[in-house]
Design a protein around this ligand. Structure first.
Ligand code: FAD
Length: 388
């Protein structure tokens, strides 16, 4: 094995895999290390939806919405075997927090930002259609809107992107734990361990793509001063063996909380998520009884005939900066040269993994290239036409 790399990536979730793929395509000698399994972290615990961040519209996160919608269209083209385009139904009741006209306006903006070459435009269902939506609580129902999103197998997406990175020359080590990194004349000496065996190698640039683990990991990297504290949100889903509907629904949760997705998944039904702040050990994230009861209650309220018990419940972590503010890359006037060889990715949304990877790799290329070289933006090779 080579012991000198341009780039070392810690963490083999969708973000690390995407960065490895983009770096390898662009000719950087790349190594990625993952301690559990490719996509086995939070990249296998999502709602399995490539969405355009519809919820971002009332909060005016329009540039994020635009980016997610653009990425959704690209993923539709490059990962046809991993996904299913589906209609999502959004019921509006008399007591819903948002009125029918508000949803209609938001969907119109969503369609406009998506552009004409994206998924089908949204629509308001005629009453005779929604009256026939099997099992949906019709009491005080005043309208149902429908729009398209993509269902995807999240862990499989991460594994396929990683496979593509390897095909383009990246070295991938798993299960291998990142133990720490020491400064060197030209970057870092990285220490990893597999069981009781330790190994060191050199890299010119280090990327921390460990998501919910990023603060813990950054503490073992020499020269990283005052890492930004990361707040995580624990998101819980429940799964039923029973099939509720062929359609997907976004229903309102309790006041001020996220919409809850109710989706057909692996022959049964997936419901989630309910979010709470989390500050413990990312290895120990488990659903509480209250969270499970809450999701069961929301499901039964909207589908009164569906009186089953969930057979499974699981929680994942997402960084609380997601969809709010991209605190990336970490740059400030106080950073020294060392910090310029290290980057901690604090954006996380698997729908945007390619766009995040592009920003990271351009930043790495800019740092590593000669001053006289043309700016990396001018010769960056994009992954948007590479099938995964
Ligand atoms: C419940 C939930 C629902 C979500 N729903 C959606 C959705 O519908 N659509 C969407 O776009 N996004 C969604 N997200 C966001 C998205 O799924 C995640 O933000 C994304 O998968 C995170 O990817 P990641 O690569 O940053 O982190 P992870 O997948 O968690 O990867 C980090 C990896 O780092 C590894 N690691 C940690 N420490 C070390 C070490 N010392 N050495 C080696 N490896 C290490 C871990 O094992 C892990 O595999 C959701 C998130 C959650 C939690």
């Amino acid at each position: 094995m080579s012991t000198h790399f341009d780039l070392c990536i810690i963490g083999g979730g969708i973000i690390g895999a995407g960065i490895a793929q983009a770096a390898a395509i662009n000719g950087l000698s790349t190594i990625i290390v993952e301690k559990r399994g490719w996509g086995a972290g939070n990249s296998s615990k999502s709602s399995k939806i490539i969405d355009g961040d519809f919820e971002g519209i009332p909060h005016l996160r329009l540039s994020n919405v635009r980016e997610c919608l653009r990425e959704r269209r690209i993923i539709r083209d490059i990962a046809p075997n991993l996904q299913k385009v589906d209609w999502f139904y959004l019921p509006i009741y008399k007591q819903s927090s948002q009125k029918s006209w508000q949803i209609a306006l938001q969907l119109r903006i969503y369609d406009a930002l998506a552009g004409s070459d994206n998924l089908a435009s949204s629509r308001r269902l005629p009453e005779e259609r929604w009256r026939k939506l099997y099992g949906l609580n019709q009491h005080d129902l005043s309208a149902v809107y429908a729009f398209q999103e993509i269902h995807i197998d999240d862990a499989q997406l991460a594994q396929n992107v990683l496979r593509s990175a390897k095909q383009h020359g990246a070295m991938a080590l798993c299960p291998v734990n990142f133990e720490g990194a020491q400064l060197s004349d030209d970057g870092y000496v990285v220490s990893v361990a597999k069981g009781s065996r330790n190994r060191d190698f050199d890299c010119r640039f280090l990327v921390n793509a460990t998501g919910a683990w990023c603060d813990r990991v950054s503490r073992s990297i020499e020269g990283v001063k005052n890492p930004l504290p990361t707040r995580s949100i624990k998101s819980t889903h429940i799964e039923f063996r029973e099939h509720l509907s062929d359609n997907s629904f976004y229903v309102e949760g309790k006041k001020g909380s996220n919409r809850i997705a109710i989706l057909p998944w692996r022959g049964g039904t997936l419901v989630g998520s309910v979010d709470t702040m989390f500050s413990g050990n990312p290895e120990r994230v488990t659903p509480s009884t209250e969270e499970v009861d809450y999701l069961v209650g929301i499901t039964r309220h909207h589908f009164p005939h569906f009186q089953y018990e969930p057979f499974d419940a699981w929680s994942g972590l997402r960084l609380s900066s997601t969809k709010q503010k991209a605190i990336f890359p970490r740059r400030s006037k106080s950073l020294n040269d060392t910090d310029k060889r290290y980057l901690c990715v604090r954006e996380s949304q698997f729908a945007s993994y390619r766009a995040i990877a592009e920003r990271v790799v351009i930043s790495v290329m800019r740092t590593l290239s000669e001053k006289s070289a043309p700016p990396p933006e001018t010769h960056y090779i994009c992954s948007s036409s590479i099938r995964i």
